[in-house]
Design a protein. Structure first.
Length: 436
């Protein structure tokens, strides 16, 4: 009887995966996500979300559009093999499916019409949730996306190094928010006619810079063209994030065709090997296969990684930031106490060589934001954003004044001194008030 039951369960699992192959207009999520969706909405990985975040929401009623290539393998590798090392010390290539998870701006799924040919030709899985549009409260929207992602990861072997979170307009901004908070789940993000900001946590910004590729798409007729091409894209590039901005000729505020996505995907995939290699030395940077670590396991991974980084002078600052991240993200766990203890020990030392790295990074981000915001504010703006020009100019002036006062980057100081008179003149014209 036991043998028969085992055979039945094995056959049932294989049948489930076989049924998944091909296109399905509606698939139901089978259980609440095991992934840390709360952290995308908070600066901590809380055990439970605030009650009002998901009032009335039931994960098992959530639906999504799904395509799985006919070539998908029913057999799945054990999760433990996903970080195995080759003779050269690099992680073995993951043979899981690439995935594009597309967040719509409306209540219906989006993206399949434009991506169908590409996904079918190249064997790429695709999914897009229902009821996750711009009118959906952000906590619920994030939860829906990660409910869907976890459900797919449990159905099929998915390669996290080639899992790309995409979205149009508000869906693109949501994609950035999720991917920048949980880069270990993704290889890249594809915001269409939109963009997003990096998180404030230093260790998390490092993770995004080390792992993610950001492929921004806009059109010559898109009212967000200026934001994407002059502000978001250049700023991320200057901050050290692997970024590409694709401007589609004669495209308005919409989703591009399959040919555009094919070029974007080729660029994204070019970074996949480096992402996989990173996981060898930074195991917390990647959650493989259908793995869903607990809070305790995640805290242990980042804490251990931070300890390892402390052993080398060139990664000492990164190590301290990883420990700080451990302490702040999981404050109730033992790893947080251990991290705090180590941080205090380093703070008590006579010399603080890592402080120079901290200041240099803050300066880099300051200059990147000043430059991008200046270019955004002084160029053409669509009618929707024209009223914000004065605030942009004022913010750019303040940023450049900080750069000049800092005085440590000669090239940036010269750039600021050159830009400030023009920025002030433009602000006076916009506001009618003289700038000091």
């Amino acid at each position: 009887m036991r043998t028969c039951l085992i055979i039945f369960l094995t056959l049932a699992t294989g049948a489930l995966q076989a049924q998944d192959a091909g296109y399905q207009k509606e698939v139901k999520v089978r259980q609440a996500t095991r992934l840390d969706w709360i952290f995308a909405m908070s600066n901590q990985s809380l055990r439970e979300a605030p009650a009002d975040w998901l009032e009335g929401y039931d994960s098992t009623q959530q639906r999504y559009e799904l395509y799985v290539p006919q070539t998908a393998k029913a057999a799945r590798k054990p999760a433990a093999k996903s970080t195995a090392k080759s003779k050269k010390g690099q992680a073995k290539a993951n043979d899981g499916l690439p995935l594009i998870l597309f967040i719509s701006a409306g209540e219906q799924p989006a993206g399949w019409g434009q991506l169908q040919a590409l996904c079918e030709q190249q064997g790429i899985a695709f999914a897009s949730p229902y009821d996750a549009g711009n009118n959906t409260p952000m906590p619920r929207r994030v939860r829906i996306v990660l409910d869907v992602l976890d459900d797919i990861r449990q159905r099929q072997a998915i390669d996290p190094d080639r899992t790309y979170l995409a979205g149009f307009l508000g869906g693109g901004r949501t994609a950035c928010s999720i991917a920048f908070a949980l880069p270990e789940l993704f290889g890249g993000v594809i915001p269409v006619c939109a963009g997003g900001d990096l998180r404030e946590e230093t260790w998390l910004r490092h993770r995004v810079m080390d792992r993610l590729s950001v492929a921004m798409i806009t059109g010559t007729g898109d009212f967000n063209l200026s934001e994407v091409s002059r502000f978001r894209g250049p700023m991320l590039t200057d901050m050290g994030v692997r970024t590409q901005v694709t401007i589609v000729d004669k495209m308005g505020h919409g989703i591009p065709d399959s040919k555009t996505f094919a070029k974007v995907l080729e660029w994204l995939d070019a970074g996949a090997a480096d992402r996989h290699k990173l996981a060898v030395t930074s195991p917390a940077s990647r959650i493989a296969g259908d793995v869903a670590p607990t809070r305790e396991q995640s805290a242990k991974l980042l804490f251990t990684e931070g300890q390892s980084q402390l052993k080398k002078p060139q990664t000492q600052y990164a190590g301290l930031m990883s420990l700080q991240g451990t302490m702040k993200r999981w404050p109730d766990l033992p790893e947080a106490d251990e991290a705090k203890k180590i941080l205090l020990e380093y703070e008590a030392k006579a010399e603080h060589p890592w402080e120079a790295d901290d200041v240099a990074e803050q300066r880099k981000f300051l200059i990147a934001r000043a430059r991008a915001l200046s270019d955004y504010a002084t160029g053409d703006l669509p009618e929707q954003y024209a009223k914000q020009r004065s605030a942009m100019l004022e913010a750019a002036i303040n940023l450049w004044m900080m750069v000049v006062q800092d005085g440590q980057d000669a090239k940036a100081v010269a750039d600021g001194e050159k830009r400030l008179p023009d920025l002030k003149q433009r602000l006076e014209k916009e506001s009618g008030a003289k700038c000091s």
